[in-house]
Write a protein that binds this ligand. Structure first.
Ligand SMILES: [Zn+2]
Ligand SMILES: [Zn+2]
Length: 108
């Protein structure tokens, strides 16, 4: 009777562990599964991550020229993303600028 009981507890513990694993979704980038993962919905799909670094790694657009992950607003031109005006210019896009024309005058 005692043996049966402990077998039951072991089974129950295993079941609880399984439930926990199901509740803790794994990060889609690194596979880490813990209780503070979060979801990001983008373009009609939802993704699970354990950290912002992992989310950026998978979801951030990449600069067409230098391949840097664009984690700020970035620039979009002709359907492509660029991290800065310099990179856009390397692809012949002249219309973007890092700063507005100020006639060379610095703020006093
Ligand atoms: Zn991760
Ligand atoms: Zn770039």
């Amino acid at each position: 009777m005692h043996r049966q009981q402990s077998a039951f507890h072991a089974e129950q513990a295993r079941h609880l562990q399984e439930l926990e694993a199901m509740a803790n979704k794994a990060c889609e980038t690194c596979g880490n599964s813990y209780d503070k993962t979060f979801e990001i919905s983008i373009g009609g799909t939802t993704h699970t991550f354990d950290s912002f670094a992992c989310a950026i790694h998978m979801l951030a657009p990449r600069c067409l020229h230098c391949k840097a992950a664009i984690i700020g607003p970035g620039m979009e031109a002709r359907g492509q993303y660029f991290c800065c005006a310099h990179c856009a210019r390397q692809w012949g896009i002249q219309e973007v600028a890092d700063r507005a024309p100020d006639r060379g005058a610095a703020v006093p």
